[in-house]
Write a protein that binds this ligand. Structure first.
Ligand SMILES: *[C@@H]1O[C@H](CO)[C@@H](O)[C@H](O)[C@H]1NC(C)=O
Ligand SMILES: *[C@@H]1O[C@H](CO)[C@@H](O)[C@H](O)[C@H]1NC(C)=O
Ligand SMILES: *[C@@H]1O[C@H](CO)[C@@H](O)[C@H](O)[C@H]1NC(C)=O
Ligand SMILES: *[C@@H]1O[C@H](CO)[C@@H](O)[C@H](O)[C@H]1NC(C)=O
Ligand SMILES: *[C@@H]1O[C@H](CO)[C@@H](O)[C@H](O)[C@H]1NC(C)=O
Ligand SMILES: *[C@@H]1O[C@H](CO)[C@@H](O)[C@H](O)[C@H]1NC(C)=O
Length: 819
């Protein structure tokens, strides 16, 4: 029975143990951890050499695992990440993803699996990703998307990228479920089989980018079918990796032309002269507004005039970027292209090694409002030719961008544009301007001027007062002294400014950037001088973290008045003092001692003073002063008494005792002492027998017997030494009112501490006085009152005789012993 019970108990335990062991094995205890998460819970674990998915905090919102060596995503690698919004596995060696690996990612919006080794895609991966909006499957070695359809469940999908060098076929059901996209990118350079309509059901379709190198060369039917399926008037179409030389390949674009596309971009294309003529013919009459070519190699001579009968009225913008002309020296200028050049309002030829545009060609650009010739080889001389020596050709030009050329003279460019009476924007940045002439002529419409990235060392009134935006960043400027009343934006980053330019010169300035200069500090008053400033960027300067600046800055992080620091607070870093170098100004904690010296001194003085006052009050309340004074008096008295005694011993002896009693009394009780005590004790009594009767006593009274000019305590002590007894006349007055006397007298108790106390003291109570009425600190007196019997001055006359007798007896008591 007992054995069975044990078994029942043990078996489930064993089972649990096994289960936990299995779980342990399954979840790979060796998984590394990635802790590179920022406070926004965005974890960047890219370029970290991981070979499997690392463990990351469950709270992560975005996880970048790109450029690692991860080969597989296991079933429970991503368990717990139900908050994850973005996951990137781009650039790994992923060959295997467990079918349920992504199931926990309920919130995932952005998934990037591009550039991996996935040879087959599984619809199971995406079946639980209901929130997915972006999916990138580019550049994996799969040859088809596979079935059942991958994207069936992805109802929110808006950006889809797929394909790669191995993609061979696309069939009709492949994209079922995908109905509407903002962006579609398909890499299909090796596509050999396309089922017409495979991409046709997506609408509206925001932007399409297709790589169709192979089909354009080998199967134009296929390429046409693809293009036809994605071409809509409102859908910008970009076709990449084309080699267009012959008639057949160019005809593929007719499929897009008949769908009346309006935006066409060719990326990475190789074009011959004849291909361009065919292209212009294919696009004849099509309401194309933008032709853009990015990464174009032209191998002809620019002879496109054979297409001069075609109609391109609708062309608004013509953009060529990163163009290479193979036969530069044979290339003719676009002289015969009036049919093409008279329409566009915007022309950009960027980074195309253009060194001149002949004036005749410029004159063809009749509608031109925007001309961008940035990153070319223009010089002052060829710019003169291009702008027809400033005769006002291109009269509608509003924006001229000649950034990144080899221009050297600002006065030349100002002359050339002076007659462009509509010019508002001029970008002459990244040129070789090293000086500014004292005066220039600009069109009165000029509002925007960019002279950044030159080598200017000073600013002159060459700059027009009409400017609203001025960019002078990345020059060698130290000061700027020029009133620009209309300026709204001023960019001065990357110069050598030591301080902010005075704000009154720019009464309308709203934005100021002055990063990466040598600013040491700025303060409230500097910012106040800019009446309208809203946004300031001043990071990456050489800040001197003084108390004032740190204090100002930390309060300014949230804005001074209307001014906001719009760059990263972390970019404001201390340069000095040395111990703070590299520390973000916002986080510096300066020692209080350093920053509030005056305050500190005054506070500590105040504290010291009040402590002193408090102490004084306390001492006063506790009568410590009194005690101290007493102690002092006692010490002095003791010393002088000893001295006196020595002196006496040395000089033989003068009679030590010369009084019968020293009388200590309050001034207020003087009348009693003088009228009763003295007469009673000192005068021989009538009717007494002078031989038998009491002899008169000799009293010492301070009024009468003290030596003038001696210290009172000395006097008292000497009086007491020379008196046989001390009589204290106690009364309310004595105790309460007559402080001084009392204090002095009290010293006697200490002086005659112990040996002289007791019998030597006679207390007379003039009025009834309870022991408790005597202040506590006169403890000696209190003790005395309890140990010594005292004489009470009787209130009725008859008993006074008795009192005097007792007093006399008390005074004579010692005498008899002595005799
Ligand atoms: C992660 O860091 C790399 C550089 O290490 C960077 O290229 C990438 O953009 C970063 N990813 C994110 C999501 O910020
Ligand atoms: C696909 O096309 C590229 C050129 O784009 C070529 O180099 C490659 O060999 C082709 N791959 C396959 C699998 O056909
Ligand atoms: C071109 O592609 C179409 C559609 O996939 C296909 O039917 C045809 O056989 C291909 N032609 C050649 C020559 O490969
Ligand atoms: C078109 O160019 C040809 C030369 O190629 C020329 O003969 C013809 O006159 C031109 N037509 C127009 C309308 O410019
Ligand atoms: C001029 O071109 C440069 C480089 O292409 C660009 O950065 C700049 O924004 C352009 N300026 C204007 C005013 O468009
Ligand atoms: C001025 O030109 C530079 C370089 O081309 C560019 O980076 C900058 O954005 C331009 N400034 C403005 C205000 O557009």
């Amino acid at each position: 029975m007992g054995r069975q019970v044990n078994l029942y108990f043990v078996l489930p335990l064993l089972f649990l143990l096994l289960l936990s062991l299995r779980r342990g094995q399954g979840s790979n205890p060796d998984r590394p951890t990635c802790g590179r998460c920022d406070p926004q819970l965005s974890c960047n674990c890219s370029h970290a050499g991981f070979t499997c998915v690392p463990t990351v905090t469950d709270g992560a919102l975005s996880l970048d695992l790109s450029s690692n060596n991860i080969a597989a995503v296991n079933a429970d690698d991503l368990v717990g990440h139900r908050r994850l919004r973005a996951l990137s596995l781009h650039g790994n060696r992923l060959a295997e993803i467990h079918p349920t690996a992504f199931d926990p990612l309920w919130s995932l919006q952005d998934l990037d699996l591009s550039d991996n080794q996935l040879t087959a895609l599984s619809h199971r991966w995406f079946s639980k990703l209901g929130a997915l909006q972006q999916l990138n499957l580019l550049d994996n070695p799969y040859s088809c998307l596979g079935s059942p359809p991958l994207f069936q469940r992805l109802v929110w999908l808006r950006r889809l990228r797929f394909g790669g060098p191995a993609l061979k076929e696309l069939t009709k059901g492949d994209l079922s479920g995908v109905t509407q996209l903002e962006e579609l990118t398909v890499h299909a350079n090796n596509l050999t089989r396309y089922e017409a309509g495979a991409l046709a059901d997506i609408w509206p379709l925001g932007r399409v980018s297709l790589s169709l190198h192979g089909p354009f060369l080998t199967n134009t039917t296929l390429a046409s079918a693809v293009l036809g399926d994605v071409s809509y008037p409102e859908t910008p179409l970009a076709v990449s990796d084309l080699h267009l030389t012959d008639y057949r390949s160019v005809q593929v674009l007719r499929a897009a032309a008949v769908r009346r596309i309006r935006y066409l971009t060719l990326h990475n294309v190789f074009l011959s002269d004849s291909a361009i003529v065919y292209l212009l013919e294919v696009m004849d009459g099509v309401p194309l507004t933008l032709i853009s070519m990015d990464g174009v190699t032209l191998m002809g001579q620019g002879r496109w005039e054979r297409a001069n009968r075609t109609d391109h009225k609708s062309i608004d913008e013509f953009l060529v970027r990163n163009a290479v002309v193979l036969n530069v020296f044979e290339f003719v200028s676009f002289l015969q292209l009036r049919f093409l050049l008279q329409y566009p309002r915007r022309v950009s030829v960027i980074n195309a090694k253009v060194f001149v545009t002949p004036c005749v060609t410029s004159r063809l650009l009749k509608s031109l409002q925007y001309l961008d010739l940035s990153d070319n080889l223009l010089t002052d001389l060829t710019l003169k030719e291009t702008l027809c020596y400033g005769d006002g050709t291109l009269k509608d030009l509003r924006v001229l961008n000649i950034s990144g050329n080899a221009l050297k003279s600002l006065s030349t460019v100002s002359h050339l544009v002076a007659k462009l009476s509509k010019l508002t924007h001029l970008d002459v940045s990244r040129n070789g301007y090293s000086s500014m002439p004292p005066g220039c002529s600009w069109p009165s419409t000029l509002q925007f001027l960019n002279i950044s990235g030159a080598k200017l060392t000073s600013i002159t009134p060459c700059l027009p007062p009409t400017l609203e935006v001025l960019d002078l960043s990345n020059n060698d400027l130290k000061v700027l002294f020029l009133v620009l009343p209309s300026l709204r934006e001023l960019h001065l980053s990357g110069n050598k400014f030591l301080r902010l330019p005075p704000g009154w010169m720019f009464p309308n300035l709203q934005t100021l950037t002055i990063q990466s200069n040598t600013l040491n500090m700025f303060g409230r008053s500097d910012l106040r001088s800019y009446g309208r400033l809203r946004s300031l960027q001043a990071g990456q300067n050489k800040f001197v973290c003084s108390c004032d600046f740190v204090d100002f800055f930390q309060s300014a992080i949230d804005g001074v008045g209307d001014v906001q620091l719009t760059d990263q607070v972390e970019s404001y870093v201390c340069d000095s003092p040395l111990d703070l170098a590299g520390e973000p100004v916002g986080r510096v904690r300066l020692p209080v001692v350093e920053c509030h010296r005056v305050l500190l001194v005054s506070v500590s003085c105040g504290v010291a003073l009040s402590v002193a006052v408090l102490l004084w009050v306390l001492l006063w309340r506790l009568h410590a002063v009194w005690y101290l004074r007493m102690m002092w008096a006692w010490l002095r008295a003791k010393r002088s008494s000893r001295r006196r005694r020595r002196h006496r011993d040395g000089s033989g002896s003068e009679a030590l005792i010369s009084f019968d009693a020293f009388v200590s009394y309050s001034e207020r009780d003087a009348s009693w002492v003088e009228n009763y005590l003295v007469p009673e004790l000192e005068e021989p009594r009538d009717g007494d027998d002078p031989h038998r009767g009491p002899r008169p006593l000799n009293l010492c009274l301070h009024k009468r017997d003290f030596l003038p000019g001696h210290w009172i305590v000395d006097n008292i002590i000497s009086a007491m030494e020379r008196s046989r007894r001390t009589i204290f006349v106690l009364s309310e007055n004595f105790v309460r009112s007559d402080w001084c006397r009392y204090e002095l007298d009290f010293s006697h108790f200490w002086l005659f501490d112990g040996d002289a106390g007791g019998d030597a003291t006679i207390l007379i109570l003039l009025e009834p006085l309870a022991k408790d009425d005597i202040p506590k600190r006169f403890c000696k007196l209190r003790k005395l009152m309890s140990s010594t019997t005292y004489l009470e001055w009787p209130q009725d006359e008859e008993r006074s005789e008795e009192f005097w007798r007792s007093l006399r007896n008390a005074l004579r008591g010692g005498e008899e012993e002595e005799d």
